[in-house]
Design a protein around this ligand. Structure first.
Ligand code: PMM
Length: 295
C-alpha cells in the first residue's frame, strides 16, 4: 500500500469520505472520447443529471476539446457552450467544475454557480486565470501541462517522467500560491496523455504516492485515454475504440481510490461509482482483524 500524504478534502467543496467521482460533460462537437454527443444545452444538462443519478459527486463541464492538435474554439463560442450548462446544472444543486483554460470562461462559470475551476494548463494558458480564481476564492485543479501540441508530441520527452512531472507540478503549485490561491483549495493532476505516451501514463499511475507527496488532493483523469487502448490491445492488436475502455477505466478508478486519490474524472460513471465504493469499504475494513488499528 502506498503511503498516502495527499489530503482528501478540498476547502470549499463537500468532504466526501471516499474518492469522489467527477462525471464528464463535454459540450463539444469534437472531444476525444465522447465528442458531439452532448453538443446541445438541454442534452448536456440532462446528461449531467443522469451522471449524478448514476453516482457522480460532481460534474466537469467543458466546451473546448483538449485533444492533441485540436483547434481552439473562440471565446464567445466557449462561453455559449459552457455557461448555460453550468447554470442549468447548478440550479439543480449539482456541484460543478468548469474545464477551461480561459479566465473569462472560469469567471462567468463561477458567476453561474460553478464551484471549482479545472484548468488543464495549470494557469499557463491565460495570465488572468490565477487572479480570477484567487479573487473568487475558488478551488483550482492544477494539471501538469507542457503547452499546446502542434505537429506531434515533441514535448513528451522525459528522462524520468515521474520526477519531472512532480517537479514541474510543484513549480506550478508555487506559482498558483504566489498568485493568491489558498493552499487548501489546490488540487493536483498528472495530466495523463498530455505530452505523455502510454508508458509515461503507466509510470505515473504506478507512483501516485509521489504525486500525493506534493501534499495536495490528487485528481486522476484516465478515462478512455489512449494508454488504456494500448494496454487492452496488447503488443500486436488494434486498440479498442474509446467507448470500449470503460471497464479498464473503472479498474484505474479502483486503483487510484486505493492509492488515496481525492477524485477520479470519468465519462462513464456507474462502474467507477461502484469501484470507489468498494475501495472505500476495503479501506474501512483495514484493521478489522485487529492486526492494525482501525480508523
Ligand atoms: N483530460 C481531458 C480533459 N480535461 N482535466 C483534467 N483535470 N485532467 C485531465 O487529464 C483532463 C482534463 C481530456 O479528456 P476528454 O477530452 O476525454 O474529456
Amino acid at each position: 500500500m502506498s503511503k498516502q500524504t495527499g489530503r482528501r478534502h478540498v476547502a470549499g467543496l463537500t468532504a466526501w469520505d471516499r474518492c469522489a467521482v467527477m462525471g464528464v460533460v463535454n459540450v463539444t462537437p469534437d472531444s476525444f472520447s465522447d465528442g458531439g454527443r452532448w453538443f446541445d444545452t438541454t442534452a448536456a444538462i440532462k446528461h449531467g443529471l443522469d451522471l449524478v443519478a448514476e453516482g457522480a459527486d460532481l460534474i466537469d463541464v467543458g466546451g473546448e476539446s483538449t485533444r492533441p492538435g485540436a483547434t481552439r474554439v473562440d471565446e464567445a463560442e466557449e462561453l455559449k457552450r459552457v455557461v448555460p450548462v453550468v447554470r442549468g446544472l447548478a440550479s439543480e444543486g449539482v456541484t460543478i467544475s468548469v474545464d477551461t483554460m480561459r479566465a473569462s470562461v472560469a469567471e462567468q462559470a463561477l458567476a453561474a454557480g460553478a464551484a471549482l475551476v479545472n484548468d488543464v494548463s495549470g494557469g499557463l494558458a491565460d495570465p488572468r486565470m490565477i487572479p480570477v480564481v484567487a479573487d473568487a476564492d475558488a478551488p483550482f485543479v492544477v494539471m501538469h501541462w507542457r503547452g499546446f501540441l502542434e505537429g506531434g508530441n515533441v514535448r513528451g520527452v522525459y528522462d524520468d517522467v515521474v520526477t519531472e512531472v512532480v517537479d514541474e507540478l510543484h513549480a506550478r503549485v508555487e506559482a498558483v500560491l504566489e498568485g493568491g490561491v489558498a493552499p487548501e483549495r489546490i488540487v493536483v493532476d498528472p495530466g495523463l496523455g498530455f505530452s505523455k505516451g502510454a508508458d509515461h501514463d503507466l509510470a505515473l499511475l504506478a507512483r501516485l504516492d509521489r504525486l500525493l507527496g506534493l501534499g495536495h488532493p490528487l485528481l486522476v483523469a484516465a478515462s478512455r485515454k489512449r494508454f488504456l487502448g494500448r494496454v487492452l490491445a496488447g503488443p500486436e492488436g488494434a486498440p479498442p475504440p474509446a467507448r470500449e475502455r470503460d471497464a479498464a477505466t473503472a479498474a484505474v478508478s479502483a486503483l487510484a481510490a486505493h492509492a488515496g486519490a481525492w477524485a477520479v474524472r470519468v465519462h462513464e460513471v456507474r462502474a467507477t461509482a461502484d469501484a470507489v465504493r468498494v475501495a472505500r469499504a476495503i479501506e474501512g475494513a483495514r484493521g478489522a482483524d485487529g492486526a492494525e488499528g482501525a480508523r
